[in-house]
Design a protein around this ligand. Sequence first.
Ligand code: AHR
Length: 534
Amino acid sequence: MRLSTFKKLVCVGIVIFVVGVSGAATTVTSEPGAANRLVVRADQGRYTIAPEIYGHFAEHLGRCVYEGFWVGPDSAIPNVRGIRTDVVEALRKLDIPVLRWPGGCFADEYHWTDGIGPRDQRPEMVNTHWGMVTETNAFGTHEFLDLCEMLGCEAYIAGNVGSGTIEEMQDWVEYMTFAGSSEMADLRRKNGRDEPWRVKFFGVGNENWGCGGNMTPAHYADLYKTYQTYVRGYSGNPIVKVACGPSSDDYDWLETVLRNAGRYMDAISLHHYVRGSGGWGAGQKGSATDFEEDEWFALMRNTLTIYPLLERSKEIMDRYDRQGRIALFVDEWGTWWNAEPGTNPAFLYQQNTVRDAVSAGIFLNAFNEHCDRVKMGNIAQTNNVLQAMILTKGPQMIVTPTYHVFEMYKVHQGATLLPSDMTCRGCGPDGKQASLVASASRDAAGTIHISICNLDPQSATELVCEIAGGESGRVYGRGQLSGRVLTASRMNAHNTFENPEAVKPAVLEGLSNAGNGRITVPVPARSVVVLAIK
Ligand code: AHR
């Protein structure tokens, strides 16, 4: 029987319950004045943190694909077969495990046959969701899978249910993955690719409750069952089939799709975007860079909703899937601000500050902590769109504070989650939220990594980490003990093309080890810290 253990987040005047990984005893207590203490249970690791939790998402939207990845083979920007070299090199440093494409909303109006064959003969289409701009189809199936091979990552393709046919979806999978002789496989060969590609993940539609067809959950579940039937595992390429899940807390969608079609899926998605105190309407989401402290706290509060959201989603999944067979893929997440002034609002180009970095650290800690069900996360989006890793301006490229969080956290990929109990003082306008959020793991070499976010925009603090339960009385911290920190002097600090290294990781100074497994960690205000402990 799967037992979920409550994480208790106690704040001044309110008590919020957050549930941790099944079987992982985790308590977070936030009390003003209390000492900050994190107890890590080194002997209780049970679940692997799927590398795909650190996944990414690239849509035909604004400058994510075009300019972000694709510049074309004739570009003066250095490229390999049309894909820019600087971006691939930067992303490879993240050990990017999986890339989702071609959307997003774009997926449900994308017809893959338009994006194969000689580029100068590919038909154009209108990208109706993202600015009504002309899509040239220069970047299609071959270019995307070439990109995945350059990145060394798995491919996650989102298929078209909203406006595509079952046959079209079946043909696409056969085209990409069938090794034998067939009309589709032979067409692939004619277009220059002999061997099939490996396509591990296939999404049957995207946001079909909204831009993907405005369906009811029951209607989608019926369509899902039919479409997925024809998503075949050809030639030793078993496909992980992903059903379209809800937006944030639309638990009715989650429950209905699971109830009606759960046995036909390997995973179900969840999308969760966060902002400050503004609305979701045009121009209401607030500025990415120009904000006061109350908007810092608003984002932290909204980001922390990921914990109860995952818990409730898991409870529902446990009801329909007692074996824990179906994975939860948070295949779109991140911050969403007003587009940068002077840019096309439909292109969703936003800057990215230390505030976004701390928010990303919280999300990733939450995914780690729920890695018994959460097997994938795909931040939106890779380049030039929403909470991007990379911003480009013609030939120039910079990386964002969020990029650095992914680079620092990559040590968790494939590691074993270690349950942890946090006691910390409160912060926020009324002390009404935890000031520190952490998660811990042990990698294959035995090194423990702890990632810590300080949600307080003004106050540095100290955290005592106790590593409990080391095997054979082992005391951690006597071997390697090091830390890295990402912070800046201002809460809206960000990297620009003029100053590309304003925010970057540094060595964390001042770690001390009492020699008994207790490590004292200075945690700067508005920071993300990652420790390595042997
Ligand atoms: O990431 C931008 C958009 O957000 C995606 O296209 C859609 O799936 C979601 O609404």
